[in-house]
Design a protein around this ligand. Sequence first.
Ligand code: NAD
Length: 500
Amino acid sequence: MRQVDHFIAGGAAGSAPRTHKIWNPSTGEVQAEVPLGDAALLQKAVEAAKAVQPEWAATNPQRRARVMFEFKRLVENEKQALAELLSSEHGKVVDDAHGDVQRGLEVIEYACGIPQALKGEYTQGAGPGIDVYSMRQPLGIGAGITPFNFPAMIPMWMFGMAIAAGNAFILKPSERDPSVPVRLAQLFLEAGAPEGLLQVVHGDKEMVDAIIDNADIAAISFVGSSDIAQYIYSRGTANGKRVQAFGGAKNHGIVMPDADLDQVVNDLAGAAFGSAGERCMALPVVVPVGEQTADNLREKLIPAIHALRVGVATDKDAHYGPVVTPEHKSRIEQWIDTAEKEGAEVVIDGRGFSLQGHENGFFVGPTLLDRVTPKMESYREEIFGPVLQIVRAKDFEEAVRLPSEHQYGNGVAIFTRNGHAAREFAHRVNVGMVGINVPIPVPVSYHSFGGWKRSGFGDTDQYGQEGLRFWTKAKKVTQRWPDGMADADNKDAFIIPTMG
Ligand code: NAD
C-alpha cells in the first residue's frame, strides 16, 4: 500500500507506530496510509527550522520572492497531477480540485510582491534631528494546522505569507488527505528554498498538542471546526503564542423578492452542492423574504436539484463527488434524520443514495429541506454536506437578523436588484464576509479572508496585509545622530521627551 511520509529537513522521516488510513472516497477503498507523529518527531522539524530560519530572515526580500515565483511556476507545471491526487483523496471533482490549487496560488502570487508589501514607514524630522521608522520582522517559526476540505489552498494561504515574511513554517495537514501538502513542500524545496524552511508533519491530536506546547513555535494558524479552533486558540495563547483560529460556518443566502430567481437558483446550486457542500464558504441556508418568494424559489429549486449529477471524482460531467469518509457520510445522513424529527419538511431526500457501479463510495444525494426554523439544532449546527435548508423570513429585518444572530459568522450573501437594500444589509449584518449577488464571497488574495463569531478566533485574517501582520511583528526605531558633545548639565534629559 502507498505510504505517505512526513517531510522533515528536506526528506522523509520513516515509519511511525501509529498510522491513519487514507480513503478513496469514490470507491470506498483504502488507498494509502499516513504516519501519525509525536512530540519527538516534531522536535526534529523544529531543530531543522531553527537552523535555517535566521539566514532566511536575513535573505533580502527580492531573493525570497524569487523562490515564490519559481514555486508558482513548478505548481502550475504540475497542476493537473496535483488536482488528480487531491481529488482522489478528498473526493471533490477534478475541475474543482484545480480551483483548490489555483486559489492557493493566488496567495503565492501576492507573496511574490513581498518586497513592496514589507516596506516600512519612515518619518523624517519627527523632532529636532530625530527620525522615526518602523519595520516588520518575522516571528521565527510558524505552524499551520489545516482541514481536509482545501488541502492545497489553505496550506498555501498560510505558508506563502509566513515564509515570504521571513519565517520558517511547519505544516500539519489533515490526516485525511495529506499527499498534496507533502508534494507542495517538495516543490518548494525544488524552487530553491533551503531544507527545513517548509516542513510537513502528520498527526492527530497528539501532534497538534505537541505543536501548541512547543516553546520554539511562535505562532499558529489553524483552520478547521470551531470547538477545535477554540481549544487551539485558548491553549496556544495561554502558552504565549500568537494564534489565529478559523472555525466552522453556516452561511446564509438572502433572497429578496426582486431577485432574479433563475440566476439565484443557478448560484445556489453551485454554492450549496459544489464539493458536496464541504466548503466553509458554501451556502447551506437560503432565506427567501416573503412567502411568495419562498414558494417561487422552491418551485424552481426542485427541478434544478433533481438535475444535479453526482459522480465519482474523475467524472467530468459530475457536479459533485463523494464526501470525504464513511463517518462523514453517516453524520450528514443523521443530520437529515434530526431535521426531519425536528419538523423540517424533507422535500428532496439524499439519504441512502448509491451510485451504480460505485456502491461502496461515500455518496450523499442532494437534499432540500423546507420550513426549517432558527430553533432547530439542524439549523444551528454545521452539517457540511450537500444539504440545502430553506428558512422563510417574513421581511428584510428578519433576514438581517438570522445570520447576525447565528453562532457562526463566516460568510453571507444577498441576492437583490435593490442597491439600497444590498448596501443596508452589507453594513448591518454581523458576519465577516459579504457577497452582493455573489454566492461565495471569498475575497481576492490582496484583500483578506476571515469570519466572525465562532468562525474566527483571534484578531487577524488570513493573507493580504492582514496575513502579513499576523506573521510579523512591528519594530519602531527612533534615531538621532548628534553632531557635537553632550551638554553635561542638560536637565532636559531627566524629563520625558516630547516632540513639542
Ligand atoms: P477538523 O476540525 O476535524 O480538523 C482540522 C485539523 O484539526 C486537522 O488537521 C485535524 O488533524 C486537527 N484535529 C482534529 N481533531 C483534533 C483534536 N481533537 N485536537 C486537536 N486537533 C485536532 O476539521 P475538518 O473536518 O478537517 O474540516 C472541516 C471543518 O473546517 C468545517 O467545520 C469547516 O467549516 C472548517 N473550515 C473552516 C474554514 C474557515 O476559514 N473558517 C475553512 C475551511 C474549513
